[in-house]
Design a binder for this molecule. Sequence first.
Ligand code: RFL
Length: 395
Amino acid sequence: MARTCVGIVGAGPAGLVLAHLLADHGVECVVLEQKSRAYVEKRVRAGLLEHRTVALLDERGLAERLRAEGQVHRGVELRFAGERHRIPYTELYGGREMVVYAQQELVADLIGLWLARGGELAFEAEDVSLHGIDGERPELRWRAAGRDERLACEFVAGCDGYHGVSRGAVPDGVLRVHELALPFAWVGVLAAVAPSTEEIIYAHHADGFAGHMLRSAAVSRFYLQTTPDDPIERWPDGRIWEELARRLATRDGWKLREGPVLEKNVTDMRSFVVEPMQFGRLFLAGDAAHIVPPTGAKGLNLAVADARVLADALAARVRRNDPAPLEAYSATCLRRVWRVQEFSSWMTWLIHRLPAELPDRELRERLQRAQLEYLFASRAAMASFAENYVGIEGF
Ligand code: RFL
């Protein structure tokens, strides 16, 4: 049977960054991925990278294309009642910048660099299962090209996202699951059109939130608030452009550019955390352990942050026989996870139209408006927003 030190399930941002950082520490690992390489390199998701995410990738030589093609951002625009309000987060938070670079491009870079350094990665690994995670000798089993495969490991990293198998390998009753489905959903649209803005826009509108995100000079990403389980068939392209133009409109006559829709889907929103992010020799990282509502654009950044903590902790255990960082892995990550949950949840409730059935809706709308007005009027409030949006140090 094949052997390695760390068996990594999932080649998303968490699994791939973990693999690179472990290799930097001289710790052997193998990555198993259920999908094909072509599929994961095309999967459209996040696009906004925090300052420290970029700094880590840079430091490890993983950011060459990101640096060449990503766009540096220093502020964000919030629209309310037809007015624009810019939050200059770089100026408000010690010069820290963000970078827009599509998640699938980052994943493609990480895969290319991993294979180039001789790293092991099995694509199209079917029916992955975890065994013996509560003992000294865990094992991964899967099927590839019709054959049964087995890998003996010392540790397993569950980096297989929210729908993966790793979390389910933990016996019932061990993990405390915190889960809240939010009464909001987004129609996510990818369009072949140049952006109509230089900075990301979040618009609060009586008909619902609208977002204009950025991807590249020729492709833009948009979001429209809808209700959970709203079928995408109810969103023909004409309706999407109409709603975007109305919800993003400003008094100064800003114009939205339209173009062919490349992809569209409806995404529900949830807050989800499992505690602890560990059982025996299994360590969960990224979406496998937590989901934040997408408003704050934090999911990918949290996944990379977990990978960094886990790589350092595994290296301490394997290279120096120091178990302390690994024992503290879950607590170290959860402190940041809950900070980001709180910010993402706050921002979600701030920027969306409140659901009609919400008790005390009118009162809550007044409170929401008061919060928005405070945010636009107070430099202290903006600075608080800025440090959370950019990624607050110390968490
Ligand atoms: P990923 O990226 O889901 O990667 C998990 C990998 O594991 C594989 N896998 C398996 N492999 C082997 N065996 C199994 N049984 C497996 N089951 C799954 C999967 O194929 C995949 O390759 O998790 P990771 O690495 O933790 O990274 C997390 C981020 O991907 C995620 O937080 C963000 O994309 C969330 N997210 C967004 N985050 C942002 O920061 N900003 C955004 O604008 C943003 N938009 C989004 C998003 C997530 C979306 N989803 C999940 C549909 C928009 C969407 C639509």
